[in-house]
Write a new protein. Sequence first.
Length: 345
Amino acid sequence: MASVNANVNLTSQLASHIVVPLTTFLNGNNTLFSESQPWISDLRCSDQLSQAPMICHAALDSDTNCDRFKLHLPYSQHTLIWEVIFDRRRNNQAPDFIFGEEDKDFNPDSEKLESLSYWNTSNANCFSLVIKELLLQYALHQEKLLGANSRLSFECSKLRTSKDFDSFEILVKKKNTNGYNSYFEANFLIRINLKSESLPHLKAGLNKSIQDFYANLLVTMVSNDTANVVTNLQINPWLEKLLGSNTTKQCPRWGGSNASSLLEYLTTVQRYLQDKINRIGENFTRRKELIESFKQHFNGALLEYDSENYTSINLLLVTSGFYFILHGNVNYYLRVNIIFLLHFG
């Protein structure tokens, strides 16, 4: 376990040495965990090997020597539940894993789990590295399950060779295993990267968010009816606010001229989102030019204006001794709404 030795109890280290490093590590290694984070539950401890494990009700910062827990990993709109077992009497030993009932056929190759074979508690990321290696094998395991269907296997192979959509997760769910009528459902969760060059005015305010300029697309296919495809475009709240609340509802549908394959559909959706972003950038440029023209034309009458988004301007004007304030709002369609605030001087 990360930075754990015989003199430090495991329970008090779970939050600081497993959940936080694991979340940070996975988010920084091209995974799709940005919207959901891993968590732990069912802390348990064994006083003796001959005794059944007992639930540990203590808080994470207690002194109870819990040595096993369930790790919840968000994966392709599903949660993997793996049980992690340490030996509290030998804190320097690597953990064992028990995979969930749905993953009973998942048998990772121990020779490819180098971080587990060469367990090193002096490395703060030792547990995170093991989870990363297990997830890599789990991803390959899910891809192999698609081999039972030629169409889904083809979609996966094309996605694997794509440079534009290289971050994705696949999860196969068995729906029916009764002989001839058996089929399965496959979830493809793919990251769609977007370019922000047309939005220079937003970069200063977005800070770290500008680095996560992307959307996730969930595509669900069924092995016995690959023509029946369900899609779900997912964007985070700040991007939805930028693009508009109807962005996901107006997303191009699967089929027809939009797509004959998963890769084509991804390209269509990416183009749809990027066009909206580019139009927002163009609109900002035009609003700025319009506000600047007001400033130059009414030189000396400027009271204030929106110097960040260029959506409004206030001018103090006078004619024949009659003073009034002109308040102008510039909307998305570059229409200027004028409000006169009268002042009798």
